[in-house]
Design a binder for this molecule. Structure first.
Ligand SMILES: Cc1cc2nc3c(=O)[nH]c(=O)nc-3n(C[C@H](O)[C@H](O)[C@H](O)COP(=O)(O)OP(=O)(O)OC[C@H]3O[C@@H](n4cnc5c(N)ncnc54)[C@H](O)[C@@H]3O)c2cc1C
Ligand code: FES
Length: 283
């Protein structure tokens, strides 16, 4: 278990801005110096008073010319829907940052990022860092349908001063925007004609499993950000285990070598009660 620090103590923050990303997804912006100092891939535990506490990836937004912390939430069940409806001026509780972060090895030259849904929160942060570090980066952004595409303006702004041929490609399951099909299918077609040193992925687990398989096939190292049910985020409750690892402490980012050892990756997960369920492959 990690040593406890100030960041394990709940901090109440006031919502300063809310951005409508899509009809079902909002970004909630607030001040928090710890989150602003976090690295892409780290997450917060967000307490929605009287409802629930949920893990959320940390985003960065600007507000009144200052860097602020943000979470981007897609309304789904009770907790996320309550967070989605929080208004400017209301308070939420946060603790963290938790978890490790994506690593950027030296001499990295050409990188492919593959993200789906709110998995794009850490990947777009990483994209921004890589672009600023002048590492050539291609980003695949996946959604089910055109109306669910998030962060389009954000990435277009990042491409404004594009001297390195960084690029962004979109895929939707129904073909209403960009490539028709999965992010993995699109990645496969890009890999057929271009070489990459590294792939990073975050999103639905079966998508990340597909990226891991591409990594093995094309001999490209992969880092994936895993999602498991989390109650404590500090290594006590064991609810986030995958094989003998705790996703909140040992992850959430796992590299190719670790992913190979995780026989439950892309196969099974645990629900709120700890019972094992199986992912259902679409193919
Ligand atoms: C590290 C991490 C980062 C995440 N980042 C984001 C993000 O940026 N944006 C976003 O919208 N969602 C994110 N999630 C998912 C989010 O925490 C919730 O799982 C999701 O919002 C659904 O919660 P709910 O209470 O609305 O739904 P429920 O109906 O209560 O639950 C639906 C399903 O969500 C999952 N879930 C619920 N509570 C938790 C929990 N405490 N920990 C993990 N899984 C849970 C379970 O699989 C459950 O079956 C992240 C999850 C993790 C683990
Ligand atoms: S969430 Fe409790 S040990 Fe990871």
């Amino acid at each position: 278990m990690a040593d406890h620090t100030d960041t394990d103590i709940l901090r109440l923050v006031r919502i300063r801005k809310a951005i409508e990303e899509t009809a079902t997804t909002r970004t909630i912006v607030f001040d928090d110096e710890y989150s602003v100092a976090s690295m892409p891939g780290q997450f917060l535990m967000v307490w929605i008073p009287q409802i629930e506490e949920l893990p959320m990836s940390i985003g960065i937004e600007s507000f009144e010319n200052l860097k602020c912390a943000a979470v981007t939430v897609r309304k789904y069940g009770l907790g996320s829907t309550a967070l989605y409806h929080k208004q400017v001026g209301e308070h939420i509780g946060i603790r963290g940052p938790y978890g490790n972060h994506f690593s950027i090895p030296e001499n990295l030259r050409n990188v492919l990022l593959i993200g789906g849904g709110t998995g794009l929160v850490p990947l777009v942060r990483l994209f921004s860092d890589l672009v600023h570090d002048r590492i050539q980066t291609s980003l695949i952004m996946g959604a089910r349908t055109k109306e669910e595409v998030i962060f389009q303006h954000k990435v277009q702004n990042l491409l404004a001063d594009n001297k390195l041929n960084n690029c962004v490609a979109f895929s939707t399951d129904d073909g209403t925007y960009g490539f028709k099909g999965s992010t993995v299918d699109l990645a496969e077609s890009i890999l057929a004609s271009k070489k990459f040193d590294m792939m990073y992925t975050c999103g639905p687990e079966l998508m990340m499993k597909g990226v891991q398989k591409l990594g093995e096939r094309f001999s490209i190292p992969v880092e994936a950000s895993l999602e498991r049910y989390m109650k404590c985020a500090i290594g006590i409750c064991g609810s986030c285990c995958i094989n003998d690892k705790l996703v909140c402490q040992d992850g959430t980012i796992f590299d190719s070598n670790s992913l190979r050892q995780l026989t439950e990756f892309g196969v099974s997960y645990r629900d709120k009660s700890g019972r094992s369920s199986y992912f259902i492959s679409q193919k």
